[in-house]
Ligand binder design. Structure first.
Ligand code: PLP
Length: 436
């Protein structure tokens, strides 16, 4: 039977894979969840430790999507999406770093975005119209999504970013791809970009004509592939290991994928949610009260989220009972001063260069060990330190971080972007004109 998806706001109604992925958000404001989480023995056959990362990822994907996507197509999609590794690096006794930045945009979002792009292309392969993906970005998401959809047949992407508010290299990631990727440089803020995207979706005529879809982080097709690398981490550990996973978190998609992986049989002893000052989840875990609030800016800016969009999924996975959630996940938060200190400390004591997001994870791992004793720890390193060059050089000195070839070579490429004001009228006219 093909997998069905339900909304966390209306449990009894189901949609198929195509609707869940192309709609992204149910109209009742809930979040799509898979009706069936695969059983442990479905995925982890006795020889699973010997599988390649591509095979492992395919098996996890197939447990979710079997019956919706034929094996051959699913294998091809997974193989193209996961064409880089997630190596585990031991930096100290019982402290391991899972490097999730070996993809094209140097952040873990590549896993979800690359799989979603291929799945969307496949789901619409027989539609006679192209799919238009609209995405507003404050920096990181746009790079992963643009690169993921680049040259995917039957799709085109329009990325809106706020002028002067993304880093120089982030801007290059958005504006130098060309082909089916168009960058719009909006004279306004990230909120203006989001408002424009929303206006396009609310315009039914345009939305229908352009076959619009969104690529935001709550899309179920971005969430599920994030389970792949938890299994990959376990493969690289001793067979008897039952690690604690420490997850630097913002919208909590990454951690939610870990919880799903555990339901599917991944050996895990505990999860630790690591946040910066945006600590609504750690404070919920302590008090049982969930109080979203406006985000505050920090140096681990991809985690500056005041109302984590996957929180409802975490509740859903634990029967909406606080004591069950708190039994599985512990949460700690740290400020920028502690984060900067951790970047220096990790370098001095282990030689490893950790980015500000991973550094928050490192602090949480230390805290967990202090409170709960020795445990094999896996800290998810969510981005490459070169993406946050300013902070890294302030702490470790100029030239301390090597810029990977795939990022460095962008610097020489020419930026191509459409200059756009922050008004809805001209934006909708421009979009409409794209068709003709
Ligand atoms: C998006 C992001 C995060 C937060 O991940 P969530 O799944 O939203 O919790 C952490 N670190 C980096 C570098 C990111 O880009």
């Amino acid at each position: 039977m093909a997998q069905k998806f339900y909304s966390t706001s209306s449990a009894g109604r189901f949609v198929d894979l195509k609707q869940a992925v192309l709609r992204s958000l149910p109209s009742d404001n809930g979040l799509y969840m898979p009706a069936e989480v695969p059983e442990p023995n479905e995925v982890l056959q006795p020889d699973w430790r010997e599988w390649s990362f591509a095979e492992l990822s395919y098996r996890v994907a197939s447990a979710f999507f079997d019956g919706s996507v034929p094996e051959k197509d699913l294998r091809e999609m997974v193989g193209q999406a996961v064409n880089f590794d997630a190596p585990l690096v031991k930096i100290a006794e019982s402290v391991n770093i899972l490097e999730l930045f070996h993809g094209p945009s140097l952040a873990f979002k590549d896993f979800g975005a690359r799989f979603m792009a291929r799945l969307m292309g496949w789901l619409t392969r027989e539609d006679d119209r192209e799919l238009t993906v609209l995405v507003a970005t404050s920096g990181d998401t746009g790079g992963a999504v643009a690169s993921a959809f680049h040259r995917v047949e039957g799709t085109r992407v329009v990325v809106l970013y706020p002028r002067g508010k993304v880093s120089a290299l982030q801007e290059k990631q958005l504006t130098t791809l060309g082909d089916n990727v168009t960058a719009l440089e909006v004279r306004g803020s990230f909120d203006d970009c989001q408002r424009l995207v929303k206006a396009a979706f609310l315009n039914e005529h345009l939305s229908e004509k352009l076959n619009l879809t969104s690529a935001n982080s709550i899309n179920i097709a971005r969430l599920l592939p994030q389970a792949f690398y938890y299994f990959r981490a376990a493969q690289q550990m001793p067979e008897e290991a039952k690690p604690v996973f420490v997850v630097p978190s913002g919208n909590f998609g990454n951690l939610t994928a870990g919880l799903l992986a555990r339901q599917m049989g991944l050996p895990v002893s505990h999860f630790v949610a690591a946040t910066n000052l945006n600590d609504v989840v750690p404070s919920y875990l302590r008090s049982g009260h969930y109080e979203p609030r406006p985000s505050v800016a920090t140096i681990s800016n991809a985690m500056d989220v005041g109302a984590p969009s996957n929180f409802d999924r975490i509740l859903e996975l634990h029967g909406r009972e606080h004591c069950r959630v708190a039994g599985q996940i512990s949460g700690f938060h740290f400020d920028d001063r502690a984060t900067r200190r951790a970047i220096r400390e990790v370098k001095e004591t282990t030689g490893y260069t950790i980015d500000p997001h991973g550094a928050v994870g490192y602090l949480a791992a230390q805290q967990w060990r202090k409170e709960s004793g020795d445990n094999e720890m896996v800290i998810l390193e969510t981005a490459h330190p070169s993406k946050f060059l300013d902070v890294m050089e302030e702490e470790l000195g100029p030239g301390a971080v090597e810029i990977p070839e795939r990022l460095a070579c962008l610097a020489a490429r020419d930026k191509i972007a459409v200059d756009m004001g922050d008004q809805e009228g001209p934006f909708l006219d421009w979009l409409s004109g794209m068709m003709s």
